[in-house]
Design a protein around this ligand. Structure first.
Ligand code: ATP
Ligand code: MG
Length: 398
C-alpha cells in the first residue's frame, strides 16, 4: 500500500499576499531536513503539503524529522487510494486494521476538497461507518470520545486514509523571519530563547564567550553540544567562539567590582553586534537582531535597570523571548527540546567565574561610563574579534 505524508500548514495558512514565499520556504526546509534519506516528491495544494517518498525508506525516521520543522500545524502518515468509494473502504479496513481491531469505539471524519467527488461529506461518513461496523464486530460508534478516528480526505488527485493527526512544531518556517545572533551560554535559558525565536522564523547564528583557563574545554564542548541539539530545529548554525579572558581581566583590574557584571555584558553585546555588522557589510548575512536568554529579575544583571544599561551599547534590537517567563516554564521547554540534560552538566561559564558577591541591581549609566573610561574598549574588542573562531554546527554533529 502506498503511503505518504500529509502536512498541514500552521500560521502560514493565514498569510496574505506573500503566503507563497512562506510555503516555498517551508518546503525548502522540509527538503533540507529529509536530505539523504531517499528522494521525495513534494506538492502543495490548499495549505496542505504532500511529501511522498520515491522508493522504500524508514517512514518512522521521516516522521521524526518532520516533527521538528517549524511552520507545520499537524502531520499524518496516510495511505493513498484512488478516488473511488469502494477502493477507499477497502484501503481503510486494511490500513487501519490493527487500530480498529484494538478499539472499542470509532468515528469517521471525512473532508472533501474535491467538490466533484460524487458523495457529499456526511454521506461518506455514514456509508463508511456502516461498512466498518459490518466489518469489525468489536466496534461501536462514539462521536464524542472515540478510541479511533477514521479520517478520509478526498483531495485533488487522490483520496487519503489515516487515523493519527500528529501535532507539528507550529510557528513559522525558519528563515522567513530574517537572521539573528543568539548569545548562548551553557545554561538552561539561552538555548530555549534561541529555539523560541527560531520558531518565529528567525535563522540563528550563535556566539559564545569563553575565558580559558577559567573556563574549560569541556564547558565549550557542552555549548557546542547544545547548539547541535538546537540545530535539529534551527538547521545548521554558524557558531562564533570569542576569547573573553583578557577583557574580563581588564574589567576586573580597572573597574569597580559591583559593576563588573553589567560592564561585562555590555562588552558581550558590543562584540556580538560588531560580529553581526561585519557580516552584513561583507554581504555574508544580514543579521538584524541579537537574542539572549534573559528573564526579568532572574539575576542581578537582569533587573530592568541592568537591561537598560546593556541595551545602551546596542543599536540592534535585543530580542529576549524569555523576559516574562518563570524558570519552571523555561525548564519545561528545555526538557521538551532535549537541551535540559546537557544544560545542567556542571561546567563553568565565563559569566560566573568573576561574578562579584554584591553586583549592583540598579546600576547607573553615568557611573558605568565613567568606569569604562578606564578601558581601551575599541582595542579590546578588535583583539577579541580577531581571535574569534568560527565553525558551522550541524544537527547532532558533536
Ligand atoms: P543561561 O541559562 O542562558 O546561562 P542565565 O540565567 O545563566 O542564562 P546569565 O548568566 O546572566 O543568565 O546570562 C544571561 C544571558 O547572557 C544568557 O541567557 C545568554 O544569552 C547570555 N550569556 C551568558 N553567558 C554567555 C556566554 N558565555 N556566551 C554568550 N552569551 C552568554
Ligand atoms: Mg548562564
Amino acid at each position: 500500500m502506498k503511503e505518504l505524508f500529509l502536512i498541514k500548514e500552521g500560521e502560514i495558512a493565514l498569510k496574505g499576499l506573500n503566503r507563497s514565499n512562506f510555503e516555498d520556504r517551508l518546503i525548502k526546509n522540509i527538503k533540507q531536513k529529509l536530505k539523504g534519506i531517499v528522494n521525495f516528491t513534494y506538492s502543495c495544494v490548499q495549505s496542505t503539503i504532500t511529501v511522498e517518498p520515491i522508493g522504500n525508506c524508514d517512514l518512522d525516521e521521516v516522521e521524526k524529522k518532520i516533527a521538528t520543522v517549524f511552520g507545520i500545524a499537524t502531520y499524518s502518515r496516510v495511505a493513498v487510494c484512488e478516488k473511488d468509494f469502494n477502493e477507499i473502504k477497502k484501503v481503510s479496513a486494511q490500513y487501519l486494521k490493527y487500530d480498529l481491531l484494538k478499539a472499542k469505539t470509532f468515528k469517521v471524519d471525512a473532508k472533501r476538497s474535491d467538490k466533484k467527488f460524487p458523495m457529499k461529506t456526511p454521506q461518506i461518513c455514514i456509508d463508511m461507518g456502516e461498512f466498518l461496523l459490518s466489518s469489525f464486530s468489536n466496534l461501536k460508534v462514539d462521536l464524542h470520545n472515540p478510541d479511533v478516528i477514521v479520517r478520509i480526505e478526498v483531495r485533488d488527485t487522490h483520496a487519503y486514509v489515516y487515523a493519527k493527526k500528529l501535532p507539528g512544531a507550529c510557528g513559522i518556517p525558519v528563515g522567513s523571519g530574517g537572521n539573528g545572533m543568539l548569545l548562548i551560554s551553557g545554561g538552561i535559558d539561552s538555548p530555549v530563547a534561541g529555539w523560541m525565536m527560531a520558531k518565529r522564523g528567525l535563522k540563528l547564528q550563535a556566539i559564545h564567550f569563553i575565558s580559558p583557563p577559567y573556563t574549560s574545554e569541556r564547558a565549550l564542548q557542552k555549548v557546542e553540544k547544545l547548539v547541535s541539539i538546537m540545530a535539529k530545529w534551527c538547521g545548521c548554525i554558524p557558531f562564533h567562539c570569542v576569547h573573553f579572558t583578557n577583557i574580563q581581566e581588564e574589567i576586573k583590574k580597572n573597574c569597580p567590582n559591583d559593576l563588573f557584571t553589567v560592564i561585562m555584558r555590555r562588552m558581550m553585546m558590543r562584540i556580538a553586534q560588531m560580529i553581526s555588522l561585519k557580516q552584513n557589510e561583507t554581504g555574508y548575512c544580514n543579521i538584524q537582531a541579537l537574542v539572549t536568554g534573559e528573564s526579568l529579575g532572574q539575576v542581578a544583571s537582569q533587573t530592568i535597570g541592568a537591561l537598560v544599561c546593556t541595551d545602551d551599547v546596542c543599536d540592534m534590537p535585543i530580542l529576549r523571548p524569555l523576559i516574562g517567563m518563570d524558570k519552571l516554564e523555561i525548564i519545561d521547554i528545555s526538557k521538551k527540546i532535549d537541551t535540559f540534560e546537557t544544560s545542567i552538566l556542571p561546567y563553568e561559564d565565563c559569566c560566573t567565574v568573576f561574578t562579584p558577591k554584591h553586583p549592583k541591581t540598579k546600576p547607573q549609566l553615568k557611573f558605568i561610563e565613567q568606569a569604562e573610561s578606564n578601558l581601551d574598549i575599541d582595542s579590546l574588542i578588535q583583539k577579541a574579534i580577531c581571535d574569534t573562531k568560527f565553525c558551522l554546527i550541524k544537527e547532532q554533529q558533536v
